[in-house]
Design a binder for this molecule. Structure first.
Ligand code: ATP
Length: 291
């Protein structure tokens, strides 16, 4: 095998709970993570030596600042391989949008290099390398539906959900994740998100009732500062969405809709012409739908 193409899907947070700040400065969180069909495509080719990265989006860093580049460096160093790789990222996930775009590219590079060179690295090793790259990277290796805790790097896989149809809207407002967490800390709030209850619903395979306290602790503080985002949430609801929530620290909002047609209608009639709007759906562990 000379090259491989790996899908790198985005994630949304069905729930994001902040439990507090740890002594190492990281926030203790409880997240219900969900992989969705919107994905980047990563092409990895063997070369003689070194790492070369290019991307369809010229605004992306191409050296060590790109998480996908660092992923390649880490795994090639780990196995002491003298060969190198050319990586091309076809970027479809909006950048800095709360959709874990960088983390999923990094995870896809780990999966891709493991397969391309027939390294057969054990899952625990890949997870360990992933955790060194960032808190969301371990989840992105397998995706599906998962409970993430600690600083988000500890993963408990959950049963795959029945497909949820979604619409995503991103207005292109970049929101800094550390800023959003700092706002939450300053608000002095204590989270009352019933994550244990929500986990039970998923683990027992019950139908999700969106009135039952699903939420994102960062949403209120972000909406307070960025009033135009409230409009997106209200619009999605007015256009018939069953449930609308900000993903991560924003500024993407996802809406759960009745079926794909309802999603297509919202996308076609969305009034904000500058916004990134797409339909998507939830995908299963290891995303067999996307390969
Ligand atoms: P999260 O949901 O994990 O907080 P995000 O979706 O908000 O992440 P990213 O799209 O990962 O944010 O981008 C955050 C920053 O990471 C950007 O400033 C970008 O320049 C940088 N970055 C590094 N590598 C990548 C990559 N492969 N794809 C996208 N952004 C990258």
């Amino acid at each position: 095998m000379k090259e491989i193409i790996v899908p790198a899907p985005a994630k949304i947070n069905l729930a994001l709970k902040i439990k507090g700040v740890r002594s190492d400065g990281y926030h203790e969180v409880e997240l219900i993570m969900q992989t969705i069909s919107l994905h980047d495509r990563i092409r990895i080719r063997k070369n003689e030596r070194g790492i070369k990265l290019t991307a369809s989006d010229p605004s992306l860093p191409v050296g060590q600042k790109n998480l996908a580049y660092r992923a390649a460096e880490e795994i090639l160093n780990f196995v002491n391989l003298t060969a190198g790789v050319d990586i091309y990222i076809e970027k479809r996930i909006p950048v800095a949008a709360g959709l874990a775009g960088g983390s999923t590219d990094a995870a896809a590079v780990l999966t891709g290099i493991n397969k391309l060179f027939g390294l057969s690295l054990a899952d625990e090793i890949l997870l360990e390398i992933a955790a060194r790259l960032g808190s969301d990277v371990p989840f992105c290796l397998h995706g599906g539906t998962a409970f993430a805790y600690g600083r988000g790097e500890k993963i408990r896989q959950l049963p795959d959900l029945n497909r949820l149809n979604l619409v995503l809207v991103n207005p292109g407002i970049p929101i800094s994740t550390p800023w959003a967490y700092a706002q939450y800390d300053q608000s002095g709030k204590a989270s009352n998100l019933p994550v244990d209850q929500l986990l039970q619903v998923i683990e027992e395979g019950k139908e999700i009732n969106w009135q039952e306290g699903w939420g994102n602790d960062l949403e209120e503080v972000v909406l307070r500062e960025y009033k135009e985002l409230s409009l997106i949430k209200e619009r999605l609801k007015a256009m018939g969405a069953k449930f609308v929530l900000m993903s991560g620290s924003g500024s993407t909002f996802f809406a759960v809709v009745e079926n794909q047609k309802a999603g297509e209608e919202i996308r076609a009639n969305w009034p904000g012409k500058k916004d990134f709007v797409t339909t998507a759906w939830t995908v299963k562990k290891d995303f067999p739908e996307l390969w």
